[in-house]
Design a protein around this ligand. Structure first.
Ligand code: NDP
Length: 440
């Protein structure tokens, strides 16, 4: 009989040293990006004014360390946000769906209520604007004025959440009869036995409290929706300052609104994503979902809110075409795989593997092994292009994202070639391009 939780043989991110470096370096990088684009210093040209950045570090972080690292108001606000959404996630009705089959043969049930929850959230927001009488919501102003302590709060929160999940992964699950216990399913890559590495990468595959799935919740709710709120906080700030909103800021907001709510509304598709099916939930995912996504993905909007930058019509058209093409590839490729896996596209060409699974070699999936990543990279590029070409800072997102997807492609290739053996080789002979047809 195969062991349910074998020891991890290969440690991603260069193992323990890599996990220590990333635990420190990623939050520092988020802080650094903030320092380059805020009310006190705004990087608009290529060269960096180190003296100005040093002064902000001194004034806002060192001299103000208590407010920065132990900000009571931000903790209250963030806990209300996180646990408020968790309660909404649990009580708002939706449909129940099963995830992929786990190693012990079982499947987890998920409550899919993204549509209902988004509707509730947007209704509350519009209700607040109606109640206040204009677009000057104090909660959005609070977000804008507290970005730095909020970055630190979400980072600290991620450390606590990852620790909670790590400790919980050692406590056996109680069976349905209330007496028997059963082993938790651990992530293939998160069971090295080294506490630092396992805490960082995530030891348990699907940490849950009752039927509340912490990983899916963090992936789609508090971080993604905070990103949306930060973006509109930047619009509000610019509107109050200039009396109107520039077309560049409006564009990046509309594009990202589409992307955010596409993710939140299509949570069924997320159930087959690598993060949910394969990765454990530790500091890396917690920090990524709760701090990295809202604070760095909103960088273009923050940058644009600080200046009056309008794009010419030709640029608006060109960037919109890039965004729509990317979105079309991203969406239709992901849908095609999902529908095919559900048996809804029986006439498409595929390779039958030894297990029940078939590998699609037709449509989008006949063009490249991860054509959906190509769509996502085009989307990322369109967001960065709205900021013009003054500074490389705002191109951080597309550069980082391309590296992330490249790493995912490599990890997925290793996983699939192990899982499908000769059938995967057969597939790669049919479809040699990895992400961009005829390029890579
Ligand atoms: P994919 O959607 O590409 O899923 C890969 C998995 O699909 C493989 O492990 C395999 O799973 C299955 N598969 C691979 N090839 C085939 C095929 N030819 N036919 C059928 N099944 C196949 O990757 P991700 O989960 O990484 O990404 C999903 C989406 O999320 C992408 O569009 C990506 O761009 C986006 N994304 C966005 C991020 C963000 O921060 N905005 C971060 C990460 C991803 P199996 O073992 O089941 O066969």
């Amino acid at each position: 009989m195969t062991e349910l939780n074998p020891k991890s043989k290969q440690l991603d991110f260069s193992g323990v040293p890599g996990s220590i470096i990333l635990t420190v370096a990623l939050p520092v990088l988020v802080l650094f990006l903030y320092l380059l684009s805020n009310d006190d210093y705004h990087l608009v040209q290529v060269s960096l004014d180190f003296e100005a950045v040093k002064n902000i570090v001194k004034n806002q972080i060192i001299d103000n360390w208590r407010d920065c690292f132990f900000n009571y108001n931000c903790w209250i606000a963030y806990c209300s946000w996180f646990f408020g959404l968790a309660v909404m996630d649990l009580i708002i009705p939706g449909k129940w769906m099963q995830g992929v089959q786990l190693r012990d043969g079982s499947k987890l049930w998920y409550l899919i209520n993204g549509k209902e929850l988004s509707l509730a959230l947007i209704t509350v927001l519009l209700g607040r604007i109606y109640y206040i009488g204009d677009f000057n919501l104090p909660e959005l102003a609070f977000l804008y004025e507290n970005i730095l302590p909020l970055i630190v709060t979400t980072w600290e929160f991620s450390i606590i959440l990852a620790t909670f999940c790590y400790i919980g992964s050692f406590i056996p699950l109680i069976g349905k009869n209330g007496k028997d216990t059963k082993e938790r399913i651990l992530a293939v890559g998160g069971n090295s036995g080294n506490p630092m590495f396992d805490w960082f990468i995530g030891r348990e595959l699907n940490p849950r409290v009752g039927y509340w799935d912490i990983k899916l919740f963090c992936e789609l709710r508090p971080g993604m929706l905070l990103w949306f709120l930060l973006n509109i906080a930047y619009v509000q700030k610019q509107y109050l300052k200039l009396g109107y909103v520039t077309n560049s800021l409006l564009m990046v907001n509309i594009f990202q609104f589409i992307y955010i709510f596409d993710g939140v509304l299509n949570e069924e598709g997320c159930l087959t994503m690598i993060d949910i099916t394969t990765d454990g939930f530790g500091f890396m995912l917690a920090f990524g979902d709760l701090c990295w996504v809202p604070m760095t993905y909103s960088l273009q909007a923050r940058y644009l809110s600080l200046m009056e930058f309008n794009l010419p019509l030709w640029a608006v058209v060109m960037i919109t075409v890039i965004m729509l093409s990317g979105f079309w590839i991203f969406k239709s490729a992901n849908n095609q795989k999902s529908y095919f896996r559900q048996g809804k596209l029986p006439n498409m060409k595929s390779i039958q593997t030894e297990s029940e699974t078939k590998l699609l070699v037709d449509g989008w999936w006949g063009l490249a092994q991860h054509i959906n990543y190509f769509g996502d990279i085009l989307i990322a590029l369109s967001w960065c292009l709205t900021t013009g070409f003054n500074t490389p800072l705002t191109y951080f997102y597309v550069s980082y994202f391309a590296c992330l997807l490249l790493d995912r492609q490599k990890r997925d290739e290793a996983k699939c070639s192990k899982k499908y053996g000769k059938y995967w080789k057969q597939y790669t002979e049919h479809v040699p391009w990895k992400i961009i047809p005829f390029v890579y």
